[in-house]
Design a protein around this ligand. Structure first.
Ligand code: ADP
Length: 252
């Protein structure tokens, strides 16, 4: 079957700083892929290029066979802005900081995009949102405002918000790194459920043990390149590259 995500010769520079030096990567439908590597190695930038939060300097990202944006300097060859927005709506992004709207209750945070982007009626969007909040274990917090929720609960609302859009692909950018240690587990538990349901996920994470546990495949990045990839067992226990070994020794 065609991979859901196909990244080819992807490069990204900020000014003279080359952050991604040519990434080729495919993600299969239903695959859970984790991306690990030292800070500054380009993991977040890679994720942001997948849904064009960052525009690649060159190279391509295809989701479901469709190019969803243009590289810098290219014009007119790909989707219109409107089509790009529609494609982007099929990709969920869970940020390090949860980015909830402080003036909206949990259920209204979740219902916003289904109403605005999918055009659902209020009652329908709220039903769907309640369902998604129950799924992440927050059925008892529907009307709570973000500042009355713990960090772990806020992040679960953010995940419910992504799920309500029924994305084909969910990107997680260090979803637990802003959380107090005792709140990390509840977010990882939700992510584990999603992986078990066979959702296609790309996860940038420092939680290497978790990555090993839930992922079908792990990639190790350094200096803007994929150094090594493999099954969690191989990559985390028997890495072939010295750089991977050095990194893992420091954090495990
Ligand atoms: P990682 O997620 O592996 O820590 P990042 O992708 O966040 O790495 O960052 C890789 C490099 O790109 C870092 O040196 C960072 O400072 C730089 N960088 C990221 N975003 C920008 C930006 N918008 N402008 C300039 N430099 C950036």
């Amino acid at each position: 079957m065609d991979p859901l995500v196909r990244i080819a010769a992807l490069r990204k520079s900020f000014g003279t700083l080359e952050v991604l030096g040519g990434i080729d990567l495919e993600v299969a439908r239903g695959e859970c892929l984790s991306i690990i590597g030292p800070s500054g190695s380009g993991k977040t930038t890679l994720l942001r290029c997948v849904n064009y939060l960052e525009r690649p300097t060159s190279g391509e990202v295809r989701i479901d066979g469709k190019l969803i944006g243009r590289a810098e300097g290219e014009r007119g060859r790909y989707l219109s802005d409107r089509e790009m927005a529609a494609s982007r709506a099929e990709i969920g992004f869970v940020f390090q900081r949860f980015n909830l709207f402080p003036h909206l209750s949990a259920i209204d945070n979740v219902a916003l995009a289904p109403r605005r982007v999918r055009g659902l009626a209020l009652a329908e969007a709220r039903d769907l949102s309640a369902q998604m909040l129950r799924k992440v274990g927050l059925g008892h917090k529907l009307s709570e405002y973000p500042d009355r929720l713990s960090g772990g609960q806020q992040q679960r609302v953010a995940i419910a918000r992504v799920l309500a859009m029924q994305p084909k692909l969910i990107l997680f950018d260090e979803p637990t790194s802003a959380l107090d240690p005792e709140l990390v587990g509840e977010v990882l538990a939700v992510m584990r459920t999603l992986a078990e349901e066979g959702r296609t996920m790309m996860i940038v994470t420092h939680e290497v043990r978790f990555a090993g546990d839930v992922s079908d495949r792990v990639i190790f990045m350094d200096h803007g390149r994929i150094v090594e990839e493999g099954s969690p067992d191989t990559l985390l226990r028997r890495p072939s590259q010295e750089r991977t070994r050095t990194f893992l020794k420091k954090i495990l």
